[in-house]
Design a protein. Structure first.
Length: 126
């Protein structure tokens, strides 16, 4: 068996470059919510943290986030409004099937936004 070229030159094999680790979305939630005036923030169970709930209620918005199953004291949330989040998620899943949206084919933001509106209308009518 022939030695690897990097091993033959330096005597030891070099490790592959480290890949960046993915950060959880909840770490960026506070930054995304700054400066947004809204009545409610709808999210899934992954965003159920006391710090984020405090930030949301501090802005005067209602937090529509289902509690995690491991919470010691379950809290109330609007189940009906949370079910509507599923409709929005399904809309985005259907929109991704359009290659022009999935790859952001359009360079200009205005054209991209208009095509997103067109596809949303198409999905809504289908």
């Amino acid at each position: 068996m022939r030695p690897d070229r990097t091993q033959a030159r330096s005597g030891a094999r070099t490790p592959p470059p480290a890949e960046p680790t993915a950060a959880p979305d909840i770490t960026q939630a506070d930054t995304l919510l700054q400066g947004i005036d809204t009545d409610a923030v709808v999210a899934d169970k992954a965003f159920d943290s006391d710090a984020l709930l405090h930030t949301i209620t501090g802005t005067g918005a209602k937090a529509v986030i289902p509690p995690r199953s491991n919470r010691s004291t379950p809290r109330e949330y609007d189940v009906r409004q949370c079910k509507h989040r599923n409709l929005i998620e399904r809309l985005f899943c259907r929109m991704i099937h359009f290659r022009r949206i999935a790859t952001r084919y359009d360079i200009l933001a205005q054209r991209f936004a208009s095509f997103v509106a067109l596809v949303a209308a198409f999905v809504w009518l289908a």
